[in-house]
Design a protein around this ligand. Structure first.
Ligand SMILES: [Zn+2]
Length: 210
């Protein structure tokens, strides 16, 4: 599916095969949403969280940002789409989970390791620079790794950095402390087709068991 005409065809397929066949479901959904989970995922066209995680309309409250980065409270902009969505998810929808999902072969993280490719792109450059602490950590801990392995480790570290940054907002931290909100770190490996979850005990991303 590549051009606008295909999208129109795609909508007709959705309407005939989902909307009209499950009218009651979609009618109820039209009046309100009450997703239990919010997902923060990369903008990458290959990592649509609803598809990767097998969800239906209404299941996930989603915001997507380049490299699934969440800005920390001290650096958030005057206008910030990511935090506006997180605020709505936590304060109005009362989501019980926030999942940050990074992925392999991430162009945003690759840009961090090859800054010359982004030098004329001020918005991307500024945005991905939020993940610099993850790059420094990886460079320090794995000085002898190849660039591609460092980038992969940085993709994982950026997910953890986004989780840490979420906790820099007192209302997120308070909800986590109160036990009404749980934060989850996921890493989707699109080459292997595996989904890895952060295990705080082993301090590793581990494949999700069936
Ligand atoms: Zn990406």
């Amino acid at each position: 599916m590549q051009n606008f005409h295909d999208l129109v065809g795609g909508f007709h397929h959705f309407r005939a095969n989902y909307f009209l066949k499950e009218k009651e479901f979609f009618e109820a959904l039209a009046h309100s949403q009450s997703p239990k989970t919010m997902v923060i995922a990369c903008c990458d066209s290959r990592t649509d969280p609803a598809i990767v995680l097998g969800c239906k309309p209404g299941d996930l409250f989603v915001v997507r940002s380049v490299a699934a980065i969440v800005p920390p409270a001290e650096k958030v902009g005057e206008y910030d789409a990511v935090m506006a969505a997180v605020e709505y998810g936590v304060k109005h929808l009362n989501v019980e989970n926030i999942v940050v999902m990074g992925h392999s072969n991430c162009g945003g993280i690759a840009g961090l390791f090859n800054p010359h490719t982004l030098k004329d792109e001020r918005y991307i450059n500024r945005w991905v620079s939020l993940a610099c602490p993850a790059v420094h950590e990886i460079e320090e801990e794995n000085p002898d790794e190849s660039q591609s392995e460092k980038a992969r480790l940085c993709e994982e570290a950026t997910v953890l950095l986004s989780i840490e940054n979420l906790l820099s907002y007192h209302w997120v931290e308070e909800a986590v402390q109160a036990g009404t909100l749980t934060l989850h770190a996921l890493y989707y490996d699109m080459l292997k087709g595996s989904l890895n979850v952060w295990n705080g005990d082993s301090e590793n991303f581990e494949p999700i068991a069936k």
